[in-house]
Design a protein around this ligand. Structure first.
Ligand code: TYD
Ligand code: MG
Length: 493
């Protein structure tokens, strides 16, 4: 029988198949299978009698060589990477096209002090990169690209190249740069492979070669990768497993700030974020994100609440905006930006069923101000607060923050790091906080934060009652009563 060559590779998940199909059986993606002459490889042959060399084992508690980190001098970037770039490691920076990856990388390599860096662009010509650097104030007068290290070498080397062979040849030398940026991995190609740049085979081979070289020469490799609209690094998810650190650069296009998030980090905490503001002089670091997210608050508007969230290890206060409006449609619209639509549906159902608020016939829009994406269930309570406020057309008191997870019976559950959240709120001048009851600290002592009145609730209904007492809103009372009666009327007897 003829040997089967498995050379049809899914560009979405990297699975290999012996023949073409319209749908990938492994990940379910349509029209993602592409023939790759050398991508898949043969069916494994086994060890076939040849002996290997044997590996050396050491004790788990043996001596550990110190990880050598190179701080970039960009505090937010260093925070996300866990303290700087690790020697011989590979970092993947993913993000949508146009989000600012190239700008970020250019700023990182030019802020490095006393470290030789190379920026290799496969997308822009050298002049374009130089012009950009000049426009961002990273030019010769700004003491960077042409700055010299103490040994008198040029600090940032710039090149435009796409051939892996050429790039490898220029990096495989004893005086290789200490930090290398490849912008982007999808533009590189190896001429011995027949597939086009950006395919799984090319991206995988080029990355593997570069990572191997980075380990042997001890430089830090920063790979820029574009993300597809499904939110994956284009084509090769395989890449995420090959590198040591995966960072995502995200943000809404219409908004002026960007978040660098670590989703995997072998040398530091994952899920850490760095916040940047986009300016015409490049990316500016934002050491206090809460102040930025709350900067455009307008007082006394209904449907707005403030959520005290945690992103990575630091607290971030954001504004949750909700709009509840009557709908002529049989199936009213529900639209969410920046939060999970399934969690919104759940919160709505709980408000409807457990608290008797009439939301079923209304359109509901929810937005996290500023374009931040929140994934924490702790935002439930703030979302509910914004919804109630919009429904009753009464503003939430402006000195109030809220956090807590809502359970299906309407109970409010405790969340992690309550004290950190509360302290951040107090620091930003908030006076009151609605939070889950029975929030005993692990040490057993009662939660107390100076300058902050804590309103502890066990059920969602308690929050509605509290809000009614607070704003003395007839509208709220009327809404609640009316919806309760309606709800009672709906019930089968
Ligand atoms: P760019 O870095 O090229 O995005 P990517 O490499 O992710 O595709 O940035 C896109 C555009 O935005 C570019 O024209 C420069 C501009 N820009 C600014 O003007 N200021 C900034 O702070 C950033 C990040 C980008
Ligand atoms: Mg770019």
């Amino acid at each position: 029988m003829a040997k089967t060559l498995r050379n049809y590779v899914c560009q979405s998940c990297g699975s290999a198949f012996p023949k073409w199909a319209g749908k990938c059986e492994a990940c379910g993606a349509w029209n993602s299978i592409v023939e790759e002459p050398t991508g898949g490889g043969d069916v494994p042959k086994g060890l076939s009698g040849k002996r290997g060399k044997g590996v050396t084992f050491v004790a788990l508690d043996g001596d550990v060589p110190q990880t050598i980190r190179r701080a970039t001098g960009m505090a937010e970037f260093d925070r996300v990477t866990g303290g700087g770039l690790v020697r011989g490691s590979a970092v993947l920076i993913g993000g949508d096209p146009g989000i600012g990856k190239s700008t970020l990388m250019l700023q990182v390599v030019t802020t490095l002090r006393g470290i030789r860096a190379a920026y290799i662009s496969g997308e822009e010509a050298v002049e374009q990169v130089q012009l950009r650097a000049r426009r961002l104030g990273l030019g010769p007068d700004g003491s960077t690209p042409s700055a010299k290290t103490p040994e008198g070498e040029v600090q940032t080397e710039l090149a435009a190249a796409t051939s892996l062979r050429d790039i490898m040849a220029s990096l495989d030398r004893p005086d290789a740069p200490q930090v290398v940026v490849i912008d982007s991995i999808q533009t590189l190609y190896l001429d011995s492979l027949d597939s086009a740049p950006g395919t799984v085979a090319q991206v995988r081979t080029c990355s593997a070669e570069l990572i191997r070289l980075a380990k042997s020469r001890g430089f830090t490799l920063l790979l820029v990768g574009h993300v597809t609209k499904e939110g994956q690094i284009a084509g090769p998810r395989v890449l995420e497993h090959m590198v040591d650190t995966v960072l995502y650069f995200e943000g809404e296009r219409g908004h002026h700030f960007r978040i660098l998030r670590s989703v995997k980090n072998r040398f530091g905490p994952a899920n850490e974020i760095g916040v940047f503001e986009m300016t015409d002089r490049g990316l500016a670091e934002v050491p206090n994100p809460s102040a930025l997210f709350l900067a455009e608050r307008h007082g006394n508007i209904s449907g707005v609440s403030v959520f005290a969230g945690i992103e990575g290890t630091r607290p971030v206060l954001v504004e949750v905006q909700a709009l509840v409006s009557p709908s002529p449609l049989a199936t009213p619209r529900r639209a969410v930006v920046g939060w999970d639509s399934a969690r919104l549906a759940m919160t709505l159902a709980v408000l409807e069923t457990r608290c008797g608020l009439g939301l079923a016939g209304s359109e509901v829009y929810l937005n996290i101000a500023g374009g931040l994406r929140i994934t924490e269930p702790a935002a439930d309570l703030s979302v509910a607060l914004a919804l109630i406020s919009s429904l009753s057309d009464r503003p939430v008191p402006s000195d109030l923050i809220a956090f807590g997870e809502i359970g299906l019976s309407g109970e409010v559950r405790m969340v992690t790091q309550a004290e950190t959240r509360l302290k951040e709120a107090a620091k930003l001048g908030f006076k009151r906080a609605i939070l889950p009851k029975r929030l005993s600290q692990p040490s057993g002592k009662k939660l107390k934060v100076e300058g902050l009145e804590l309103i502890e609730i066990g059920h969602l209904q308690e929050m509605i009652d509290w809000l009614y007492n607070e704003v003395r809103s007839n509208a709220l009372q009327a809404t609640v009563t009316a919806s309760r009666q309606q709800h009672a009327g709906d019930k089968p007897r």
